[in-house]
Design a protein around this ligand. Structure first.
Ligand code: ATP
Ligand code: MG
Length: 432
């Protein structure tokens, strides 16, 4: 029979790899807690209009990439292509603005985009995102960037470049868009088809196009930074000086415009040379108009999203060492039926005491059991046979040092093992 395979652009996260995911997720949760950021979980699917309104009609995501379908009740629903829209909806729906500002949230979520699948570009991928509401201070922008930066540091990710830009507010952007449109209209024949259609609706997005012709045409385009109004200029200066004050290096890159419509003022990206074509691992910025756009009171807000698959690709390329997954601490081998039963009982008792014990579960020979224990990386072994059961005595062997210790099988084996085991008590220590 034909085997059904996983869908194009989706990935199984298998044992051996899932431990890596857990390790980075744990660091993310931990760093968030230290920064007073609480988790928010929103549904995987939402009313399609939510994304049309928030992400924006002229974006690639809404125009080309959404997983939209009609449910059995005839409603149009969409699998979340990003996390901000749901967070803002939830923020408004539950009156989260009533708690003291700034309100800070993070999410770890799968996202869905109908993309041309390739390395670092999937149809189901995962984001770690942060959203802050209720602060317009440049300090908040710098703090958010510092948070992402600190996360990368903690994960031992190196050589990331932080690029920042300001794309102004609707007032200064209107002037800029006009200038940009005039500029690209003169070079229309060099633009790709998508960019030609962007010319009228959203010329700024042309700056973000990866087509060589468009990138070439964009060289020498008017720079948004020359069009910022006084307030936006002051804000951008404030962000830069706050970053300087905490020694975070950045490069001002006027070509950073971000793919989603809702951004205002500060935008930023962390890019890595270890990613190939899909070089952005984390992107974010301010979206001061979004909450109001979604039906709330005017509320300044900002956030970022970090792609976990791309993060792991960088970590792999840089050969970052991950913490060891939980090893088997004691393998209890057995010879014969009675011993097998006793080994099972013992393993269950040890596990109740949070000791990672294993025993024969498939009826292997002693030889095969020992090989299996070796594969599990068992730190200690104990062999039970009729003789051991009869005498009530066993020998725990340290597989690394060969050291042997006698144990009384009939009395508090958990306590005895805990005393023997040189179990490093550093399970909490995520030593990246
Ligand atoms: P790109 O320019 O690479 O298409 P984007 O601007 O669409 O990225 P965002 O919407 O800002 O990306 O998403 C934030 C992060 O999520 C990206 O920096 C990236 O790490 C990750 N990401 C986005 N789309 C994908 C995808 N299709 N597959 C894997 N990761 C993705
Ligand atoms: Mg994209």
């Amino acid at each position: 029979m034909e085997l059904i395979k996983a869908q194009r652009g989706t990935q199984d996260i298998l044992p051996g790899n899932s431990e890596r995911w857990q390790a980075v997720e744990e660091v993310m949760r931990d760093e968030a807690a230290v920064n007073g950021i609480s988790e928010i979980r929103t549904p995987v699917f939402e009313d399609t209009r939510l994304f049309q309104r928030s992400v924006g009609e002229t974006t690639d995501v809404v125009q080309k990439e959404m997983y939209t379908f009609e449910d059995k009740g005839g409603r149009s629903v969409t699998l979340k292509p990003e996390g901000t829209a749901g967070a803002v909806r939830s923020y408004l729906e539950h009156g989260l603005y009533n708690s003291p500002a700034p309100q800070k949230f993070y999410y770890l979520t799968p996202c869905y985009r109908y993309e041309k699948a390739q390395a670092g570009r999937l149809r189901e991928f995962h984001q770690f995102g942060v959203e802050l509401f209720g602060t317009s201070l440049p300090l908040a922008d710098a703090g958010l960037i510092a948070f992402a930066n600190g996360l990368f540091d903690r994960l031992c990710v190196k050589n990331l470049k932080l690029k920042i830009n300001s794309i102004g507010c609707p007032a200064c952007r209107a002037e800029y868009t006009k200038a940009l449109k005039a500029y690209f209209t003169e070079r229309k024949d060099r633009l790709c088809e998508t960019c030609r259609s962007r010319l009228d609706r959203n010329p700024m997005r042309i700056l973000d196009c990866k087509e060589p012709g468009c990138a070439e045409a964009a060289k020498g385009a008017p720079r948004i930074l020359d069009y910022l109004c006084d307030d936006c200029k002051a804000h951008f200066e404030g962000v830069k000086s706050a970053l300087d004050s905490i020694q975070i290096e950045y490069e001002v890159d006027p070509s950073i415009v971000r793919g989603l419509d809702y951004y205002t003022r500060t935008v930023f990206e962390f890019v890595s040379a270890d990613l190939g074509a899909q070089s952005t691992v984390c992107g974010g910025g301010r979206y001061d108009g979004l909450v109001e756009e979604m039906g709330g009171k005017p509320t300044p807000a900002l956030g970022f999203a970090l792609g976990i698959e791309r993060l792991l690709m960088i970590m792999e390329a840089q050969q970052v060492e991950f913490p060891e997954p939980h090893p088997c601490e004691l393998y209890i081998a057995s010879i014969g039926e009675a011993a097998q039963k006793r080994a099972f009982q013992m393993a269950c008792g040890l596990r109740e005491c949070s000791i990672a014990a294993a025993c024969d579960e498939v009826g292997r020979s002693l030889n095969a059991q020992m090989k299996y224990a070796d594969k599990l990386g068992a730190q200690f072994t104990l062999v039970l046979g009729d003789d051991e059961l009869e005498k009530g005595l066993g020998v725990v062997k340290n597989m690394k040092t060969g050291e042997k210790t006698k144990v009384n099988l009939n009395n508090d084996i958990e306590g005895q093992f805990a005393a023997i085991s040189t179990r490093a008590e550093d399970e909490e220590d995520l030593s990246f």
